[in-house]
Write a protein that binds this ligand. Sequence first.
Ligand code: ADP
Ligand code: MG
Length: 399
Amino acid sequence: MTGPTAPAAPPAAPAGDVAARATAGFRQRYGAEPAGRWAAPGRVNLIGEHTDYNDGFVLPFALPMRTVVAAAPRDEPRWTVWSELDDEPVEFGPAEADEPGRVPGWAAYVAGVVWALRAAGQPVPGARLAVASDVPVGSGLSSSAAIESAVLAALVDLGDLDLPAERWPRLAQRAENGYVGAPTGIMDQSAVIRGRAGHALFLDCRTEQVDQIPFDLDAAGLAVLVVDSRAPHRHADGEYASRRRSCEEAARILGVPALRDIDPAGLDAALAKLPDDETRRRVRHVVTEDQRVLDTVALLRANRVREIGPLLTASHASMRDDFEITVPEIDTAVEAALAAGAHGARMTGGGFGGCVLALVDASAADAVAAAVTAAYAERGFAAPATRTVRPAGGASRLA
Ligand code: ADP
Ligand code: MG
């Protein structure tokens, strides 16, 4: 990316109504015109789950759904932010921004960006902001990275800050880790900021090196169907922490910095050194999942898009049987999608709820969505939300 006002590629879909809502919200709240509008998308991870904190590989792509921030600078160092998700705007100054936790609730994602920028020595301009979004909130499509990144893009531009886009993901992640207090990796912000239309983003979580991998669904006559499972996130935080601990403990026993360093060819020998079956299965998931990401990247580079299907399905089986992070709603959605002709399907995201993605023929997307909905009804689950998506561009200033 070359900068906030000149994204590497234009967004695949116009932000449309959501941008109009942000502008209307700004006018209504502040009785003035915004100086500009900045957008950042949600993201979905095509493959590579629980590999990030093991220094491994992930392959997310940015979504057409966006969060838009309409904003204007102000003379004093204060920030007022309104979101269509809340009635009342939230206002804070440097004292609140400089102390993580002082601004509570959703506005912490905004204050966190101000905090991260100020902590990096950047002269953050005061601003009024209005936020509208098409990214579903709390579904695992990273509405959090979307709001952080759109606010970051706005503040960088308004303040004419000297901050190359390569540094944005780290700063937005810091906002979420350090101010909001959510222990997330670098994947979400990288995808949301650096995503490119028609591409997935291959990210090495150890080196933070990224590579744009062609993922042109339209040319292949394919679609990605995303199913929001609507499953309640049961014990997700505790389970995440325990998976992470298992992986770190296994790496320690195996004498490697991280599980990424276990060569798949030496997997059996490594597993034999581990004390119990559960730890062995956790390690097997991470090591085989890293390899599936590499295999997916190789197939996409060879333009063999359809053939990634079995890798997606194998990833799901590994999460279900070895890492044990799926739930009945999620497994039902995957099974129904595959039975209805999907080339591959898997849970995406940290687990215990969230979304499923399925690779389908574009012409079959509606039928697969209907089959998943019917399977849900049969099991008595709350109806899922389904949508088809394609890789879109990352954070940018709107015209
Ligand atoms: P996800 O990132 O999967 O959507 P998270 O729990 O990480 O879920 O982040 C969701 C939180 O981010 C919301 O609860 C809210 O605090 C904040 N958020 C996201 N989008 C918006 C928005 N448009 N307006 C206000 N807050 C938002
Ligand atoms: Mg999030």
